[in-house]
Unconditional design. Structure first.
Length: 434
């Protein structure tokens, strides 16, 4: 399959089946904003739950947080964002379109071939006003990253959980960046969700923990079934590091439009805690068992929910040809797929079959996210479920009425087996935990 075709197919599948819609579509949309439909919202929930389970709940030393989107604007002075959260911008002197300077090759406008003006720095933070007066004193920002809420709550969390180093504070939440150019579907958005971990370590141990998180995070993707050959590390050259970073490595994915950042892992040093101490005049140093006070260093793995959603969809997309035509299958890990199971009555016009299938559906749906489908013939229902990544399809047929067994059909192998209805829950629990 041609790479660019895959992207087109994913965009069309997402619209047709209710994963992603352009925001405010009835008004012509708004660049860089996307809404998630009935299946997309389930996919996003599953991604966030999986991240939270593996990064917070399965670990002894990581604690969760949910801070606000709007902070006291001093936060952004201390973090350096009001001055430095900028991208280089170049404007075309003819058509006045604006481009990120690092995304254009020469002095020519990629749209109209006009001449590009000199580079200016453009701050990506969205501005707003808090309260009824639109005065400079009330100016605030929509957060462009979630981690500052973690740094400002550092002492609160330390005082409540009394952790030892190393320990982490994790947060999932909305981020906003007024990107100069958006595009490639949900890859680069102006509103998106971030999953960030700030991992506090002893100074001097930061490089060791940085390497640890590189390995852990790469494994996270391969555990989800993402093709290892399409993942690689990109080491940021020293001269292009963000103002707070000692080292940054991106985990890149080979998108249809080329290799690009999926996740960023940064060694933020003690920059943030030190600066917040300076600006707030509150001592944000950590006191260890010996009574020594110091600023811990921070290793930060940071991932966008929309970005990984796109990767999962692209990586899972498969087409298979048989004598009935093309079978489109989203080979998503069942932990992530919007529906794990679909239940069908063999024939929708046989009340006995429908009643039995409904019983099976009601038994499974409180435990697993389960779909009901009784439209068209079984073949069509299988195709519809394959296309959205549903892992198992269960059919109640005439034999079910006699011996209380159903068929279970596997999405990837298309093999079928028969199982007693009262064994279904255990069967799926075992499959999902393996
Ligand atoms: P770039 O250089 O591509 O603008 P960045 O290096 O500024 O990106 P980070 O600050 O490292 O990005 O962001 C951490 C993660 O958040 C990214 O790896 C990505 O998964 C996600 N992310 C960042 N910006 C966006 C965006 N505009 N839309 C969607 N996801 C984003």
């Amino acid at each position: 399959m041609v790479a660019s075709n895959v992207m087109e197919k994913i965009v069309s599948l997402c619209k047709r089946r209710g994963f992603v819609f352009p925001s405010s579509e009835i008004y012509g949309g708004i660049g860089g904003f996307w809404d998630f439909g009935p299946l997309g919202v389930e996919l996003k929930h599953n991604i966030k739950n999986y991240w939270w389970q593996t990064m917070v709940r399965n670990r002894d030393e990581v604690y969760g947080l949910d801070s606000t989107i709007i902070h006291n604007p001093k936060v952004w002075q201390a973090s350096g964002h009001t001055l430095s959260f900028t991208d280089p911008l170049r404007e075309c002197k003819s058509c006045h379109k604006r481009f990120r300077a690092d995304h254009v090759k020469n002095n020519q406008c990629p749209e109209c071939s006009g001449k590009l003006a000199e580079v200016k720095q453009f701050n990506l933070m969205f501005e707003t006003y808090v309260g009824p007066a639109k005065e400079t004193a009330n100016k605030a920002y929509l957060r462009p990253e979630t981690c500052q809420g973690i740094f400002t709550n550092f002492s609160n969390v330390v005082d409540t959980v009394q952790p030892k180093l190393p320990f982490g504070i994790a947060q999932i939440g909305k981020g906003f960046r007024n990107e100069i150019t958006t595009g490639n579907f949900i890859f680069r958005d102006r509103e998106f969700e971030m999953m960030e971990l700030e991992y506090f370590v002893k100074p001097g141990e930061d490089e060791k923990w940085f390497d640890y998180w590189l390995k852990e995070r790469l494994k996270w993707y391969t555990d989800l079934g993402i093709n290892k050959k399409k993942l690689r590390f990109f080491e940021h050259p020293k001269k292009s590091l963000a103002h707070y970073s000692k080292r940054t490595v991106d985990i890149e994915y080979q998108f249809p439009f080329g290799w690009a950042e999926l996740e960023g892992i940064a060694n933020r040093t003690d920059f943030d805690l030190k600066n917040h101490s300076k600006f707030s005049k509150k001592d944000l140093r950590f006191q260890d068992e010996t009574g020594k006070k110091f600023y811990p260093f921070v290793v930060e793995p940071s991932l966008g929910v929309e970005r990984i959603a796109l990767v999962l969809l692209l990586d899972a997309y498969h087409e298979e040809r048989d004598n009935k035509g093309v079978r489109v299958v989203l080979q998503l890990n069942p932990k992530i797929s919007p529906y794990k199971i679909a239940v069908f009555p063999l024939l929708a016009n046989k009340p006995d079959l429908v009643k039995k299938a409904r019983l099976v559906f009601d038994k499974l749906r409180p435990v697993f996210h389960t779909a009901w489908d009784d439209i068209g013939n079984i073949g069509k229902r299988y195709r519809r479920q394959d296309e959205i990544g549903t892992f198992w399809s269960i059919t109640c047929d005439f034999q079910t009425l006699e011996d209380k067994t159903v068929t279970i059909r596997d999405r990837d192998t298309m093999k079928q087996e028969r199982l007693a209805i009262d064994k279904l829950t255990k069967y799926f629990e075992n499959k999902l935990s393996s």
